[in-house]
Design a protein around this ligand. Structure first.
Ligand SMILES: Cc1ncc(COP(=O)(O)O)c(C=O)c1O
Length: 393
């Protein structure tokens, strides 16, 4: 038999080891032992996509022209719906032709934008703990160099922009920001976004504001867009969390036309876009917005998550945690108990009793000492998880 020596590209070697393999193995073992697992690890909404959107999808998929290739930049009516959404939701004006483009989910845009702008050795400013794609799928797979901006609790999980060395800022090409934030649940005031935008202007880099939790907000908090403070940057969002449509893979990018043009050039060479009938279904959801207020189809689900958040945090705090209620996202980011060695060990301890969470180290080295609970299980299961946690700590 012919034997071929297969070698990965060097950039694959720069990716961090897959730390979740150990967790997966333990989960499999627990499943074999017939332990009832409560999955609070993955950020995937358990609630269903609104009926209104599903009904539209069923109608739209039957139309023959909607079964053809889409364009990777998105259908005109989809881009119009996104531009209209930015107007009613944030009072931001966008050109349908040049300042909005479709994405096959936000993740695709977060990763592919680096292909358009990062040359080998370019610096990309990445929050840590953070969505791992910023450092890995985007920066390292484009041979760029991530510069870590630690998100510390004492700074409200905002990066300390003053602490970034001027030589780094000079070399930086792009900065990723993400508020409301995964994994910390933190939110950023408009002044912070303005400060970051001013810094970017002074040093000639642009910001990719990744905003998939913009609608996942509680207690009357309304999340802003970076485009409200400065139209020179771009924002990525998607239907995934907003309309519980993670599996449909439909997102968008909005803002600076030159940046979007770069991304369109990349995408036109490597993908054919999100299916037309899915774009049409998402339009239906976006059209429900009449103002900055969340429409009923979104608010209904947020109320469910809000109740879960309150129950989980109350339960944890009764056990001695001192966790504050996050204003946004469906994550609860909390320190591991003082007597625990690290986030991985604590996570394994909880998996042993069937409570699956994510160790903070999975979001980068500055996530160590924390764990993330995703509120993606019904209330009764969350209460059950709390009972089990009580027994092991
Ligand atoms: C911060 C952040 N960005 C982007 C994404 C990707 O979302 P999607 O590709 O489903 O739009 C996620 C998903 O969990 C996320 O947490």
């Amino acid at each position: 038999m012919l034997r071929i020596r297969i070698t990965h590209a060097d950039r694959i070697g720069r990716l961090p080891p897959y730390i979740f393999a150990e967790i997966e193995q333990l989960k499999q073992q627990k499943k074999k032992e017939e332990v009832d697992l409560i999955p609070l690890g993955i950020g995937d909404p358990d609630l269903s996509t609104p009926e209104l959107i599903l009904n539209e999808l069923i109608e739209q998929v039957k139309i023959p022209e909607n079964q053809n290739y889409p364009t990777s930049m998105g259908e005109e009516d989809f881009r119009t719906a996104v531009a209209r959404w930015y107007k009613v939701r944030f009072n931001v004006n966008l050109s349908v032709e040049s300042e909005v483009s479709n994405l096959i989910g936000g993740k695709e845009g977060v990763a592919n934008i680096a292909r358009a702008f990062i040359n080998p050795g370019d610096i990309v400013l990445c929050p840590n703990p953070g969505y791992p794609v910023y450092e890995n799928g985007a920066t390292k797979l484009c041979d760029g160099i991530p510069y870590i901006m630690p998100l510390k609790e004492e700074n409200g999980f905002l990066p300390d922009l003053e602490a970034i060395d001027s030589t780094i800022l000079k070399k930086a090409k792009m900065m990723y920001l993400n508020y409301p934030n995964n994994p910390t649940g933190a939110v950023a005031p408009l002044e912070f976004l303005k400060h970051a935008a001013d810094l970017a202007e002074d040093h000639d880099f642009f910001i990719v504001h990744d905003n998939p939790y913009s609608e996942f907000t509680f207690d009357d908090y309304i999340a802003p867009t970076i485009l409200q403070v400065d139209p020179n940057h771009v924002e990525i969002n998607s239907a995934s969390k907003m309309f519980c449509m993670t599996g449909f893979r439909c997102g968008w990018i909005a803002g600076n036309a030159e940046i979007i043009d770069g991304l369109r050039k990349v995408k036109s060479q490597i993908d054919s876009g999100c299916p037309i009938f899915i774009q049409k279904a998402v339009i239906k959801g976006l059209e429900e917005y009449k103002s900055e207020k969340k429409p009923e189809i979104v608010e209904k689900n947020i109320k469910i998550y809000e109740q879960r958040r309150d129950v989980l945090i109350k339960g944890l705090n009764e056990m001695g945690w001192e966790t504050e209620l996050p204003k946004a996202t469906f994550y609860v980011w909390t320190k591991i108990p003082k007597n625990e060695r690290d986030s991985m060990e604590f996570t394994k301890k909880l998996i042993n009793v069937g409570v699956v969470i994510t160790p903070g180290i999975g979001f980068g080295e500055h996530g160590e000492g924390y764990v993330r609970f995703a509120l993606t299980q019904p209330l009764e299961r969350i209460k059950d998880a709390l009972e089990r946690i009580k027994k092991v700590i």
